[in-house]
Write a protein that binds this ligand. Sequence first.
Ligand code: GRG
Ligand code: ZN
Length: 332
Amino acid sequence: MHVQYVKKSSEDKDAIEYVLTDHLRLSGMYWGLTSLDLLGRLDVVDADEICDFVQRCWVPDVGGYAPCVHHDAHVLYTLSAVQILALFDRMELIDRDAIASFLNSLQRESDGAIMGDEWGEVDTRFAYCALSISTLIDRPRCIDRGKVVEWIDKCKNFDGGYGSDPGGESHAGQVFTCVGGLALCDAVDRIDHFFLGWWLAERQVKAGGLNGRPEKLPDVCYSWWVLSSLCIMGKMHWIDQKALARFILGCQDDKKGGIADRPDDEPDVYHTFFGLAALSLMGFPGIKPIDPVFALPTHVCERIGVMRTAADGTVVGRKENPTSTKGESAEP
Ligand code: GRG
Ligand code: ZN
């Protein structure tokens, strides 16, 4: 039913939900397509048609991808584009050097922060995206990873969590971007493992689901943002996984498929993906394993030879250490 739900959500292009999500189209496609791959049914979509659409979102003057045709390039959608092409094993379509140069232009000289686009907003989400893209396209030195690590470190709070920028409130979504980003830089030693592990475990509420910060309602998407962070830190056993799985399963729509943010709400592709992804991390039968750092099926990470997390929780990666300085332009 989830396969049918995801497939249908991309077919009805006149639906109001579809028309109103143009501005995040490539990310929506990544959520839906990764869901299909995790369920072993990527074959229900037309790979050529999708890759052609992705390439029409390419903005050559910038060297990045826009969320949709006629929109502006942004690091968020550049990651989604690369992830979609990785899913379909079409990485040869990517202009790696142009993207590397775009990412390089997004790093602030002053403090190493990463901007989302030329307009200058910075956020730990953008740092994660740049680190993930540069690893996926094998251009690790296009940004100064050491300086990104220092900036992420400044986003760490007294409670062990991370916010969107220095001084920003700890939020489970931003925690994923920082923990994932640090893992991509071989710098998880910067994390306060005990405090952050405790803060993340505290996200579980009585209903079994996880929230994004204290006193908030549980929501299926935090099953991913929290659990993937715990997974990278080797602490998934710090929460009650059975109760979490029960909460996610209780958010399924048993009439039309799909997963909602919480029981009895309308399902959507975003919560369907993050619900399935969390179930995957917990080894749920019938769902392929997912990599907690790249948020891609592990078979895709293995195929393109990028870092992945071993069963014992340790992060392994390319043989070379990608930590380097921005000035070094030569790529392996
Ligand atoms: C490849 C998986 C992947 C991610 C790319 C974009 C990005 C990098 C990460 C986003 C991380 C993030 C900030 C997630 C949180 C999204 C969310 C549910 C925000 C809602 O926040 P509030 O404060 O909701 O409106 P609450 O739950 O606190 O009421
Ligand atoms: Zn949510």
